[in-house]
Design a protein around this ligand. Structure first.
Ligand SMILES: [Zn+2]
Ligand SMILES: [Zn+2]
Length: 345
């Protein structure tokens, strides 16, 4: 076994703390990565706290992983030692179902294996990127360009692909008016991709203080949703709303901002949605959801980012400051993603 060290939650009530554990040996189809940076996703905190389902403890969170390859199995074809590599939210899937064959492993009919807080096909719990090393089968490892800041690339593996995938699926681009709801880790990537794809991008926010930041990211317009006059001015105007908000919010109000045939795309995870049928019927509107992205599309997104010089805006932290980072993340006090410098482990 490979000796690994990381930060783990021993249960849902305890803060993260250093923890030594074991990873499997590098098998013939495996890649071992020495982790250099790991992004901090809001879902890390939800999972540690058992917000969605009872977790598997001890839990080493982290699914925005980048680093350098230190070992490859005998049958690995696509990767070499010393190359940069990344791992996102999944580390395995059945590989044979309809969705896996279509490159939609995130929707694997058998269920994909999550990078942490899951169990591998061998039944062993998976441990994430708040650690110094990880072993992953080749099919779930991504190539990372050396042209971009490596630390700022980490959040692309979850926040990036989660916003890139729906914008591509609905072919959002030139001639479209796109509203991005929420300006956090996901939202700021949604703005960057929307702009890069040629859409006219508006940030919708409850807080006027984010106007400058939205413009700095490339957004064309900014609307304070608590201001009735500003809201009225954009009624019935958007082709798409990319909704990244994970707190409860008034879906009917936002649906009223869509034009006829508009689509409201949910990528956040609020506790519930409450939608009046007339909000959909009046204007033939759709509410849709999208979860991360498949492996081929994640690679496509990373290549697109390298070509167009797109990374996440990050704040680097020492791993010992992770609890403070969580506290700030809950308050929305981060621009826009914390990334752990794993060298501080
Ligand atoms: Zn995530
Ligand atoms: Zn499958």
């Amino acid at each position: 076994m490979i000796q690994a060290k990381g930060y783990a939650a021993q249960d849902a009530e305890t803060d993260l703390a250093p923890w030594d554990f074991e990873r499997r040996e590098v098998g013939p189809h495996d890649v071992q990565i020495e982790i250099q940076y790991c992004g901090v996703c809001h879902s890390d905190l939800h999972q540690i706290k058992n917000d969605w389902f009872p977790g598997i403890f001890p839990m080493v969170p982290g699914h925005e992983i980048v680093g350098r390859i230190v070992k490859v199995g005998d049958h690995v074809k696509k990767f070499k030692v010393d190359e940069l590599a990344g791992v996102g939210c999944m580390v395995d899937s059945c590989q044979v179902c309809e969705n896996c064959k279509d490159g939609l492993e995130q929707y694997c009919l058998e269920g994909n294996v999550q990078t942490y807080n899951g169990r591998g096909k061998d039944g062993v719990p998976t441990y994430g990127g708040y650690s110094n090393t990880i072993v992953v089968r080749e099919e779930f490892v991504l190539h990372i360009s050396d042209k971009l800041s490596l630390a700022a690339t980490a959040p692309l593996l979850c926040a990036g692909i989660t916003t890139y995938s729906p914008l591509r699926h609905w072919k959002v681009g030139k001639g479209h008016k796109l509203a991005v709801l929420g300006l956090g880790g996901l939202g700021h990537m949604g703005v960057k991709f929307g702009v890069a794809f040629g859409a006219e991008v508006t940030v919708l926010s409850t807080s006027a203080s984010k106007a400058e930041a939205a413009k700095a990211l490339g957004a064309h317009h900014f609307v304070v949703t608590s201001d009735p006059a500003q809201l009225k001015a954009v009624k019935g105007s958007f082709d798409f709303i990319l909704d990244t908000v994970s707190a409860e919010h008034d879906m009917n109000m936002y649906l009223s901002l869509l034009r006829t045939n508009g689509t409201h795309i949910c990528v956040g995870v609020p506790p519930a949605y409450s939608i009046h049928p007339f909000s959909l019927l009046g204007g033939r509107k759709s509410v849709a959801g999208s979860g991360i992205g498949g492996i081929p599309e994640t690679q496509e997104m990373l290549d697109f980012c390298a070509e167009h010089n797109i990374v996440s805006d990050i704040e680097m932290i020492d791993i010992k400051d992770i609890q403070t980072a969580y506290d700030r993340m809950v308050k929305g006090d981060v621009r826009y993603r914390f990334v752990i410098d794993i060298a501080t482990l």
